[in-house]
Design a protein around this ligand. Structure first.
Ligand code: F6P
Length: 334
């Protein structure tokens, strides 16, 4: 986020002499009219620092009476000509609805989940994949030394992008993604076959949103991972499938199994060079889009080029995993 904030601020100020405000904590700042001026000094030395100097929150202005109107009022009060919204389907879904109300908004796609349509990649994804891959490499040490199965649970919500990329990069024995409900017995058979073939350790990468195919396992997994917690956009808090799966693997195969849930580790630390560059390209193009009056548009990556697409198209349906990747992985796993 900091890389894109820096790119927007420096480009807008140097190319166009724009004045910039950063709303604190995402839409909450826009509702409550809490912002800070953004200039070169504020953006100094933030490129390599993960997270966001502006803070963030899961706030939905359309989730309560009068929220969107408050945002519109805030923008009027501050003489805001245009707003650049940075985020995934929730943040940009709000930007899209505000644009329908006449707010001049441009979107930038950011989520580690890479599940936003119309763009090949969102920034944040590459960093999360690198962290998960590093973790898998490290987990292999214990898996090999102790002849264990280690289940590594990664984020991604209902898309298996992080699991597929890190699982392929980390040479996982099994990669389980939300797009393809899995069969626990087949996973166990795969692990037994590996052992029979002389490989006594295995890494299983499971996406937090992966679930067993319908049947008793699906029900048991649901019970083990169910939570009432939902965010302002109605998303359930995921996590826990890795623990359940490791227990089942140990019970059914007799192989010692452990779980590591990477969780927010995947969202922390310094962004990769690729993410910094992508964020910078997106930020620069978003400023150009504002000055071209391309409102209601999101900057996106297509065939290596930065293009503009309607925000409405990007948020219509989440981008699920490219199943070719699963096909490639299936030949290598097991
Ligand atoms: O959307 C990004 C993401 O990191 C998901 O992968 C994950 O399910 C969710 O956010 C976690 O949200 P929170 O930080 O609110 O627990």
């Amino acid at each position: 986020m900091n890389a894109v904030i820096r790119a927007v601020v420096l480009t807008a100020r140097r190319r166009h002499r724009d004045e910039l405000l950063g709303f604190l904590d995402g839409w909450r700042g826009a509702i409550d009219d809490v912002s800070v001026p953004l200039d070169e000094v504020r953006c100094r030395d933030i490129l390599a620092i993960g997270g966001t100097i502006l803070g963030t929150s899961r706030t939905n202005p359309f989730g309560f009476e009068g929220g969107a109107e408050k945002v519109v009022k805030t923008l009027e009060r501050n003489d805001v000509d245009a707003i650049i919204a940075i985020g995934g389907e929730d943040t940009l879904g709000v930007a899209n609805r505000l644009a329908e109300l006449g707010v001049r908004a441009v979107g930038i796609p950011k989520t580690i989940d890479n599940d936003l349509s119309e763009t090949e990649f969102t920034f944040g994804f590459d960093t999360a994949v690198q962290i998960a891959t590093d973790a898998i490499d490290r987990l292999r040490t214990t898996a090999e030394s102790h002849h264990r199965v280690i289940v590594c649970e990664v984020m991604g919500r209902h898309a298996g992008w992080i699991a597929a990329y890190s699982g392929i990069a980390g040479g996982a024995a099994e990669i389980l993604v939300p797009e393809i409900p899995f069969d626990v017995d087949s996973v166990c058979t795969g692990l037994r076959d590996r052992h029979a073939g002389g490989q006594f350790s295995s890494i299983v990468v499971v996406s937090e949103g992966a679930i067993p195919a319908v049947g008793p396992d699906a029900e048991a997994a649901r019970r083990a991972t169910a939570t009432d917690a939902v965010d302002a956009f109605g998303h359930a808090r995921l996590g826990g499938i890795g623990d359940w799966l490791a227990r089942e693997i140990e019970l059914r195969t007799g192989f010692e199994a452990r779980t590591t849930i990477l969780g927010h580790v995947q969202r922390g630390g310094s962004p990769t060079a690729r993410d910094r560059v992508l964020a910078t390209r997106f930020g620069s193009e978003a400023v150009a889009a504002v000055h071209d009056g391309a409102f209601g548009m999101m900057v996106a990556l297509r065939d290596g080029q930065i293009v503009r697409v309607p925000i409405a198209d990007a948020v219509r349906t989440p981008k699920t995993l490219d199943l070719d990747l699963v096909e490639i992985a299936s030949a290598l796993t097991g």
